[in-house]
Design a protein around this ligand. Structure first.
Ligand SMILES: C[S@@+](CC[C@H](N)C(=O)[O-])C[C@H]1O[C@@H](n2cnc3c(N)ncnc32)[C@H](O)[C@@H]1O
Length: 329
């Protein structure tokens, strides 16, 4: 097993693919980058592609043209993927004129045509986001996890989570009386509760901390490092290559480097490349703060100012009761 030194100051970020490199961050188009990578190199491809929503880093085109473009990229990703490798494709919805097109449904056929095997459709759920007024507000996105073959890496033990009832015992059969669970915890399942942004929790306690939080960057669609961490741990081994073709500010690459996996990514916007480089360097010198994997999502106690019903929404009776309460405190 490879044991690469973590937080080493001698580590370097290469601009172009080099077989012996540890981190490669390519500034430019994914197709050009993929053309430099040999077949069967990468163990895990994990990404959140552009959704064709007209964000600042994309030109909105027809959904057909968008999917056709992605089909070309995915064919190249398939070529560089190792036989025992995996693809984790994180998507939400494309929305046109108020109509919702779930991107995972549209992408599914592209992967199936390449004979990839779907292992999970993971739902990751988050508590905050835009409030819709003509449909229910969206509070989840999905990750399609495909493998290239039936011989794939799946390290379940490295991603187990604490069981709710570890004290449960078999009540009959040859193991009667013995603990029925796994001492390392339970399978995390295909529904993950994750904070959409690592800095969200602080919003409850210190309004406006958002702008100062170390995890906050200028990227409009940054995903939590925690999301990529679980995939990296479960689907790769130390020393393997992890590729994010749409690297953004480097969240997947950070997750890979946290666990001694080699990281490569391409990103066309120079400002995001710069931030990704800075974040990777901060990880190496120990100053990058990320939310610990599996940390329970914050539940407000009701005492926080923001979780109380505003004074002006209260009925006269409620107000009178509250006044009386505070009088006799
Ligand atoms: C949804 S964002 C990914 C964000 C990333 N997961 C993170 O946490 O920072 C998609 C990214 O793909 C980049 N992108 C779009 N088309 C690209 C292309 N053809 N080649 C390389 N990067 C591209 C965009 O600039 C954007 O930063």
């Amino acid at each position: 097993m490879l044991n690469l030194p973590l937080f080493s100051t001698t580590k370097k970020i290469e601009n172009h693919f080099l077989r012996g490199a540890e981190v490669v961050l390519y500034h430019g188009d994914i197709s050009r980058f993929l053309a430099t990578i040999p077949d069967h190199t990468v163990q895990l491809i994990i990404t959140s592609p552009p959704y064709n929503l007209g964000k600042e880093y994309e030109n909105r085109i027809s959904i057909e043209a968008y999917l056709e473009r992605q089909t070309q990229v995915i064919a190249q990703l398939y070529r560089v993927l190792k036989n025992e490798g995996s693809i984790c494709w994180q998507v939400g919805n494309f929305v046109d004129d108020g109509e919702v097109y779930p991107l995972d449904i549209l992408y599914y056929q592209i992967f199936k045509r390449l004979n990839l095997h779907l292992r999970n459709r993971i739902i990751w759920h988050f508590g905050h986001g835009l409030h819709a007024s003509k449909r229910f507000s969206g509070r989840y996105e999905t990750i399609l996890w495909f493998t290239k073959s039936d011989e794939y890496v799946f390290n379940l033990d490295s991603v187990r989570v604490p069981s709710k009832y570890p004290g449960k015992r078999h009540f009959k059969g040859p193991n009667k009386g013995k603990p029925s669970g796994n001492p390392n915890g339970k399978n995390p399942s295909d529904v993950w509760e994750v904070l959409l942004k690592d800095w969200e929790q602080e919003l409850w306690d210190i309004p406006n901390v958002k702008a100062n939080h170390p995890e906050k960057t200028i990227h409009p669609c940054q995903y939590p490092v925690e999301l990529a961490e679980r995939c990296v741990l479960a689907l790769t081994n130390e020393g393997d290559w992890v590729l994010d073709p749409y690297a953004g500010v480097g969240s997947s690459m950070i997750a890979a480097q946290m666990y001694n996996r080699r990281a490569m990514g391409s990103e066309k916007e120079s400002q995001y490349v710069e931030i990704a480089r800075e974040r990777i360097h901060s990880l190496w010198n120990g100053t990058l703060t990320t939310r610990p994997i599996g940390k329970p999502v914050f539940v407000p106690t009701g005492k926080e100012k923001v979780s109380q019903v505003p004074e002006e929404w209260r009925t006269t009776t409620e107000r009178r009761l509250l006044d009386r309460k505070s009088k006799y405190k």
